[in-house]
Design a protein. Structure first.
Length: 150
């Protein structure tokens, strides 16, 4: 995908987690964001992102920074996913918003960039505890993405 995004860098890599950082820039200044991939099982990873609590090393994923750059943040997260999956081509990435409105925002962004996304990824949506191929403008509880190998 060739969407405008913030520059990011790999900051940590272990057997279980891989983390990237980038800086959100806006009216509230520069705010450091972290994207974390946590291994759930063999090729399945949970993606979380937000601001890092430096004491606990937990990602605060329900904060609204007020930098008016949520779309740039999401395109940066998408670019990070693209980079991560180049190094983990058989991985499945699980994404769920911290609130229903955030999950809805993710769905809206997937729909907006559908052509760019589906050139490289297969996307599934979770509805009624069942995974199904993503359909634009349909509500889901979570998303799962994997590289398109065809």
């Amino acid at each position: 995908m060739h969407l405008e995004h913030y520059l990011f860098r790999l900051t940590s890599k272990t057997q279980k987690t891989t983390e990237y950082e980038f800086i959100s820039i806006g009216p509230k200044g520069e705010i450091k964001k972290t994207v974390r991939f946590m291994k759930i099982s063999r090729d399945f990873y949970n993606l979380s992102f937000g601001e890092m609590d430096e004491k606990t090393k937990r990602i605060i994923d329900n904060v609204n920074s007020g930098n008016n750059d949520h779309e740039m943040i999401l395109t940066t997260v998408a670019a990070v996913v693209e980079t991560f999956t180049i190094n983990h081509p058989n991985s499945f990435i699980y994404v769920e918003g911290s609130t229903p409105s955030r999950t809805r925002l993710y769905r809206i962004c997937i729909t907006k960039y559908w052509i760019d996304i589906t050139n490289q990824f297969k996307i599934f949506g979770l509805q009624n505890n069942r995974w199904q191929s993503f359909i634009q403008n349909k509500s889901y509880n979570a998303f799962l993405g994997t590289r398109n190998h065809s």
